[in-house]
Design a protein around this ligand. Structure first.
Ligand SMILES: NC(=O)c1ccc[n+]([C@@H]2O[C@H](COP(=O)([O-])OP(=O)(O)OC[C@H]3O[C@@H](n4cnc5c(N)ncnc54)[C@H](OP(=O)(O)O)[C@@H]3O)[C@@H](O)[C@H]2O)c1
Length: 274
């Protein structure tokens, strides 16, 4: 499966431990899936982990597993859709840590729903925008001074879909993920010249609870969250700007050149399956 997505995930664990020793790393969405696996992987380092999500019991469980491996973690239960709670979180983070070296913006929610099933559900669009766009923007605004002071790094966990032709039924998720991807890429050059490294990771399908409700995904190839955790660690070491599956550029070209064909094919498919 690695060959299909990211063939070169290897790095030296000794190097990781060396480079991250004494660093403070904020991970949103650390209670499940990718964020949970990342926290477990980073437990092997001497980094101080700040773990954010809503489910306190799961965060406590993750913290205990980190500590059992000799790592250090603090938890911050927070609903990131709530701007007042995010402001309080930022103040709390400032008190509890000397500053943030690496921010992994990972918390996210996906919704797959036909627009005709969404007519009385405007909240689908506000909640995805609140979590996938406004929350990381608000966090970044609060964290930038500390990231600049420490010449830190921000890693945005994005999706391949934001760079490909949009798919029907994914309007809420794709619009919100694309919004933050664009925002992040707009501010990156300004941050880079002040010493803050920015990394966008474009993920294909990952086998987490996020894709469980979508029947069609159950038989498609997908990365494991442990592999994504490894990829994020690699990004912390390399501090490269972008990680994407090797075939994404071909997909982007096909999205431009094959747009007309795709729209005709999609209309046929939707007419048959409505
Ligand atoms: N899975 C995929 O196929 C895939 C593909 C491309 C990109 N991604 C991206 O990868 C990231 C992680 O997704 P995942 O696959 O690991 O999904 P997941 O297993 O569902 O984990 C999502 C994380 O976000 C947290 N979260 C959700 N709503 C929140 C809220 N309102 N406030 C605070 N935290 C919240 C969840 O914790 P609580 O529920 O405890 O709050 C959980 O820790 C997302 O940004 C997603 O867009 C995933």
């Amino acid at each position: 499966m690695r060959l299909l997505f990211f063939p070169f995930l290897d790095f030296s664990d000794t190097q990781l431990q060396h480079d991250l020793a004494g660093k403070t790393i904020l991970i949103t969405g650390a209670s499940y899936g990718i964020g949970e696996c990342l926290a477990e992987k980073l437990a092997e380092t001497q980094a101080h982990l700040l773990l954010v999500a809503r489910t306190e019991a799961k965060l406590i469980d993750v913290k205990q597993r980190v500590e059992a491996k000799g790592g250090r973690a603090n938890i911050f239960p927070c609903d990131l859709r709530d701007t007042v709670a995010v402001q309080a979180l930022l103040a709390h983070l400032q008190q509890c840590s000397g500053g943030i070296d690496i921010f992994v913006s990972n918390a996210g929610k996906s919704i797959r729903r036909s627009i005709f099933d969404s007519l009385d559900r405007p909240h689908d669009f506000t909640r995805t925008m609140n979590l996938n766009y406004f929350a990381p923007v608000q966090l970044m605004l609060g964290l930038i001074p500390s990231l600049v002071a420490r010449r830190g790094q921000v890693i945005n966990i994005s999706a391949v879909n934001v760079l490909l032709i949009p798919a029907p039924k994914w309007a809420a998720y794709q619009a919100s993920k694309t919004a933050f991807d664009q925002w992040f890429r707009c501010v990156s050059p300004e941050l880079n010249v002040r010493g803050v490294r920015t990394t966008s990771i474009y993920l294909p399908l990952v086998r987490t609870r996020m894709i469980e409700p979508t029947q069609a995904y159950q038989h498609l190839p997908a990365m494991q969250p442990e592999q994504v955790a490894q990829l994020i660690c690699k990004a912390m070491l390399s501090r490269k700007r972008t990680y994407a599956p090797w075939w994404l550029m071909l997909g982007q070209m096909a999205s431009v050149l094959g747009r007309g064909w795709w729209e005709v094919a999609m209309s046929h498919y939707l007419r048959r399956n409505r």
